[in-house]
Design a protein around this ligand. Sequence first.
Ligand code: HEM
Length: 364
Amino acid sequence: MAELIAKLKNGGLQGWINERIGSLTYVIDYASKKTVPMHRQSVWYYFGGLTLFFFVIQIITGLLLLLYYKPTESEAFESFVFIQKEVPFGWLIRQVHSWSANLMVLMMFIHMFSAYFMKAYRKPRELMWLTGFVLCILTLGLSFTGYLLPWNTLAYFAVKVGIQTITYMPGGDFIARIVQGGDEVTGETLTRMFGLHVVLLPGLTLLVLSAHLILMQTLGTSVPIGYRERGLVKGDEPFFPNFLMKDFIGWMIGFALLIFLSVVFPWEIGEKADPLQPAPEGIKPEWYFWAQFQYLKQVPPVVAIVTLTIAMILWALVPFLDKKASREERDPKFTLFGIFTLGFFLIECFIVYYEYYVKSPAAH
Ligand code: HEM
């Protein structure tokens, strides 16, 4: 690396760029000094990169789908079938886009909970956590708005149920009216969701993601509490090229899984949505809304609104509440809160899975 830097510093190309933007030497110097701590929890550092990888896949495949997709009630389903059946490799692009969306959400959840349990939100990384929290909302928004676009029966009714679930979240009524363009899911909703899905939400995500990644570069990677003091850090390896190469292996494994899922378990095309038809049996929202969906069946709506609002606020503000976080100490209250939140999601999701796929699979 040092040799490369010296070569570039003396080389004409760098001189040319430096004269114009003046920062290449700084970037190369910085990159050559960036390191990642090595310890038994290092594996969790790959999940932010994997989330980013699937986000890039989403942008590329989304742009390709845009070449043929038409966002109106009369044409959406037909253009979607055209992509799946007529456009060369259109089926693959659509399947990869759908599976990559799910994998991105999954990787993001793993990344968020691992950052939580490693207390990576502690001082001075409060803003990393807050930007991450906003990214979580934006990513769920992107997945949700994209789900309606095929305009098939399943998408239509699942989004209807999903919107009902959202109305029980903080500010949910307001969000529901904005995205629906009225009180019902109609062609107006489709066009609005399209606008949100391809312009507003990706734009905001790119903006907040840039802040998240710039903060990451400025602050460096955190080490779990007490690891350095107890000698559990085996060393710090250079990011370029060592860690990046390992990240790359992770992306290739993610890519192989993505292609496998897209080819072996393709998402269905279904029938064109007909808002006048009754909802088919066993409709449920996408898996990342299962917990809220199930919780709403178990408690009165007002209890759901109050508890979910409080939990979301606590989750977002955890770096400011976990006071011990700034002093290399653990506070078991916050670890318990994390275990409770994760447990709540897993148990509620399991109940939905059990009821829909194990207990009465024929009805669903
Ligand atoms: C679109 C979604 C997201 C992307 C693409 C993303 C990307 C990344 C990347 C590449 C890193 C550096 C590598 C790593 O530590 O994994 C990182 C670090 C971090 N992210 Fe995210 N992230 C996302 C969402 C979130 C969420 C939802 C949270 C929490 C609410 C979060 C909190 C953090 C924190 C605290 C760090 C610092 C980790 C450390 O220093 O150990 N991120 N993120």
